[in-house]
Design a protein around this ligand. Structure first.
Ligand SMILES: Nc1ncnc2c1ncn2[C@@H]1O[C@H](COP(=O)(O)OP(=O)(O)O)[C@@H](O)[C@H]1O
Ligand SMILES: [Mg+2]
Length: 332
């Protein structure tokens, strides 16, 4: 009998019936001294066993409604308190976790807004300065006129890049950017990115090369447009943060069912203190060079989002003044 309450009921009923039968036996055999003890004892035992058996059989058929909440007794009080305690503890720790999560989100929101307004302020104030200079008489001078308008245009382009990158990031975070996967040749995609970055690389005399000649196509299954963006961001970084006359080298390797893509440069490198933070939004190891090159500080954050959306990973290895390697995986 699993339910202790059922056992108690059975015992109570059996005892009551047994005592009653004992009393009846005593009344019936009063006067008969020979059996005055034997009959009541036998009667009590028999009736107890019989009633126990019948009640037990009966209760077994009754739906067991009392198995979940044990009836509190001194013996199980400890257990019940423990259970209640554990419920309270797990409820409290859930609440604490939720509060921590909300605090984290609030902190993130504050930092994010602070960063965004800081990033937008610089080009906006620059544009304001150029326009004021022009209005203050610069307009009359043809040379100043052109110079300041060109500078204003540069700042406007910077504003556009920031806003576009921010939009990409927030769409990624909102899960709006769905991947459109297809099989394609990653070697060919890198060649296409090389073509778009040729002029930029030439300006710094940086060579864009493959580690070796990849004769056969290397097919991966991923979102081609987004991987194009990943490669563009990594290769432009290798140019911005590369040394003059340097080299950006792409290599591929196969590990199990993955293709590893490595973008390697022999540029300025990243210090140990910065390396773990370069994928954070707006984090810049080299602030002045990043801004001077028109960097938004969002390029690597976008790269990480895209790679992780594919269920893959990206790592960086770097040594200051030696160069950097960004390695990411893609499914075959
Ligand atoms: N190949 C690289 N070599 C050295 N530093 C790099 C490289 N790529 C990225 N970094 C560092 O990481 C920072 C973040 O990169 P990224 O997110 O692309 O932003 P940014 O717009 O500044 O280029 C850069 O500001 C730079 O300091
Ligand atoms: Mg960048």
């Amino acid at each position: 009998m699993k339910n202790p309450l059922n056992r108690e009921i059975t015992v109570y009923i059996s005892l009551t019936a047994a005592i009653a039968s004992g009393l009846i036996a005593i009344i019936f055999i009063s006067g008969n001294k020979e059996y005055y003890l034997l009959y009541p004892i036998v009667s009590i035992l028999l009736v107890f066993l019989l009633t126990y058996l019948v009640t037990w059989l009966f209760l077994k058929r009754v739906p067991n409604v009392n198995t979940v909440d044990e009836k509190p007794t001194w013996k199980n009080l400890d257990k019940i308190f423990n259970e209640v305690n554990q419920d309270a503890v797990s409820l409290a720790s859930n609440q604490v976790r939720e509060i921590d999560r909300l605090k984290g989100m609030e902190q993130y929101r504050k930092e994010y807004l602070g960063n965004v307004s800081h990033e937008l302020k610089t080009p906006i104030f620059n544009i304001q300065g150029y326009v004021l200079t022009l209005l203050d008489g610069g307009l009359e001078d043809a040379e100043i006129n052109r110079k300041y308008l060109e500078r204003a245009e540069k700042s406007i382009n910077r504003l556009i890049s920031i806003v576009e990158d921010l939009e990409t990031i927030s769409r990624h975070e909102a899960g709006e950017l769905k991947l459109v996967k297809e099989n394609f040749n990653i070697v060919q995609l890198v060649e296409e990115v090389f073509e778009t970055q040729e002029i930029r690389a030439k300006k710094r005399n940086i060579q864009l090369v493959f580690y070796k000649k990849y004769k056969k196509p290397i097919i991966v299954c991923a979102d081609k447009m987004k991987i194009f963006q990943v490669l563009t961001n990594l290769i432009t970084n290798s140019i911005y943060y590369g040394k003059m006359e340097g080299k950006t080298r792409i290599s591929f390797s196969e590990v199990k069912n993955k293709i590893l893509v490595e973008v390697h440069d022999n540029g300025i490198g990243i210090g140990e203190a910065d390396i773990s933070r370069v994928f954070e939004r707006f984090y810049r190891a080299d602030k002045s060079r990043s801004r001077e090159q028109g960097g938004t500080g969002l390029g690597l954050a976008i790269v990480k989002h895209i790679i992780e959306a594919h269920g893959e990973t990206i790592h960086v290895k770097s040594k200051i003044n030696k160069g950097s390697s960004f390695i990411f995986s893609l499914p075959k």
